[in-house]
Design a protein around this ligand. Structure first.
Ligand SMILES: [Zn+2]
Length: 72
């Protein structure tokens, strides 16, 4: 089975899979999609507890550099 290659909607070049790294103190994390608007939390920066969150996969176009993200 071969993976279906995603084509860039802007220039029709092939796109490669990656993710947007979230650099935090001493670690590199994968950015996540969180439902709703960001709410500040005194201890944690931004509240995410109890909210739906999904890891974000981002494709980058080899031609023009366009980024397209999916949170499945
Ligand atoms: Zn492109």
């Amino acid at each position: 089975m071969t993976a279906v290659e995603i084509k860039c909607p802007k220039c029709n070049e092939g796109m490669e899979e990656g993710f947007i790294a979230d650099y935090t103190q001493g670690a590199v994390l994968v950015s996540k999609w969180v439902e709703g608007r960001p709410e500040k939390s005194f201890w944690l920066g931004t509240k995410t507890k109890g909210k739906e969150n999904v890891k974000v996969k981002t494709y980058r176009c080899r031609g023009c550099g366009y980024l397209e993200s999916y949170a499945k």
